[in-house]
Design a protein. Structure first.
Ligand SMILES: Nc1nc2c(ncn2[C@@H]2O[C@H](COP(=O)(O)OP(=O)(O)O)[C@@H](O)[C@H]2O)c(=O)[nH]1
Ligand SMILES: [Mg+2]
Length: 379
């Protein structure tokens, strides 16, 4: 899964990416530092079934820390979304192409209101204005894709007598858009219109708002005004905590409401970390970075985590790794659909599954978050 980190210059995208991935990216206080899209691996945090089942797990595609499973997702830092980007302003719209693959977006905005949509310093700027700017730019980008697809589809519809919705859906399948999505969008607007793109954006690229720089005193009032399910966030605090954790100064599990000092800190380091505790963790419950990833994927996009095993008795794969893999699937996924994501050619051999009570489950059984299943094949 790929998540796009978007936002105006200097809102804290690179810091967010670095905090979430601890990858080395360039961070600086001037616009357009991130010229090429930056990628890194972030992690979703979910309860690992090892706790409930009373076993020690041996994760292969994810990791487990204190009974919490961390599941990798690719993050992409998309720079250059300034007003007029779709017309080539700033870095132009080349970077937007990288977003096609994204399942959803995190809009990092500077909640302190100290930088405007162009990324320039401006006191008392209303950060919610950047929401409109960003949505507009993304819609215009989608509009461009949709009207090209529409022209092609119109020609094909005439010659081949295939309904336009079908053709358009095929043209836009790269955006994860289906025929029924097209039908509902067409009820609201013409494919050349901005409104059509807005509907498609809502389906294709759900956006979660990260009200960043919440550590600054100016941010609280702006955050309360923004609402829209925004998550209070301090990317810089998360980065500091993860760096301190990496250097064995503190014990900190990403996303938690506290940390424990375990190493030697000098006064300056101690003060900095205690300030994070006071201004961010105690006030908002966490730095928000982990929350953003989790809320986007598990709530906005509606994914659940399912753990496939080769043997439900041993709860392991064929090599004996206990609870080896965490699979991300959409809510409502059936056992058969899940089996197909693991083995592509199951057509004849798939016969059902077993749950942790060793009860048989059928092909149409809808999986639930945290399920551990053995998939059964005809021998
Ligand atoms: N106070 C504060 N500053 C931040 C935070 N996140 C980023 N910054 C600062 O904002 C500036 C721009 O950050 P950067 O990540 O380069 O922004 P980008 O242009 O969106 O990639 C840098 O000076 C960061 O140190 C935060 O959570 N709190
Ligand atoms: Mg950057």
């Amino acid at each position: 899964m790929l998540i796009g980190i978007v936002g105006c210059p200097n809102s804290g995208k690179s810091t967010f990416l670095k905090a979430a991935t601890l990858a080395e990216v360039e961070i600086a206080n001037y616009p357009f530092t991130t010229v090429k899209p930056n990628q890194g691996m972030g992690y979703l945090k979910a309860e690992c079934p090892c706790k409930k089942l009373g076993v020690k797990c041996n994760p292969q595609n994810s990791k487990c820390e204190d009974g919490m499973r961390f599941i990798p997702v690719k993050l992409l830092d998309v720079a250059g979304l300034v007003p007029g980007a779709h017309e080539g302003k700033g870095l132009g719209n080349q970077f937007l192409g990288d977003l096609i693959q994204a399942s959803g977006l995190i809009h990092v905005l500077d909640a302190s209101g100290k930088t405007n949509a162009e990324g320039k310093p401006e006191d008392g700027y209303d950060p919610s204005k950047t929401i409109e700017v960003l949505e507009y730019e993304i819609d215009e980008w989608i509009k461009g894709i949709a009207s090209k697809a529409n022209e092609k589809s119109k020609k094909l519809a005439e010659t081949q007598k295939i309904p336009i919705e079908k053709l358009l859906a095929k043209q836009l399948s790269g955006l994860g858009i289906t025929e029924s999505d097209i039908k509902s969008a067409m009820k609201k607007a013409e494919p050349e219109d901005h409104g059509f793109a807005t509907v498609l954006r809502g389906i294709s690229k759900p956006i979660l708002i990260a009200a960043n720089k919440i550590d600054l005193s100016e941010s609280k009032a702006n955050f309360e005004k923004i609402n829209k399910g925004a998550i209070p966030c301090s990317a810089e605090s998360e980065l500091a905590l993860r760096e301190a954790e990496k250097h064995d100064m503190i014990k900190y599990v990403p996303g938690s409401r506290g940390f424990e000092v375990v190493g030697n800190l000098n006064e300056k380091q101690k003060d900095a970390l205690e300030l994070i505790r006071k201004d961010v963790l105690d006030k908002y419950g966490s730095t928000g970075v982990q929350d953003c990833l989790n809320k986007l994927v598990f709530e906005k996009l509606g994914y659940i985590v399912v753990y496939p095993v080769a043997s439900i008795n041993k709860l392991s794969d064929t090599k004996g790794n206990v609870l080896p893999d965490a699979g991300l699937v959409r809510k409502g996924t059936t056992l058969r659909e899940f089996a197909e994501t693991i083995h592509t050619d199951i057509a004849d051999s798939f016969i059902g599954g077993l749950d942790t009570d060793k009860k048989k489950i059928g092909a149409d059984h809808e999986l639930e978050n945290g399920d551990v299943v053995e998939i059964l094949f005809r021998k």
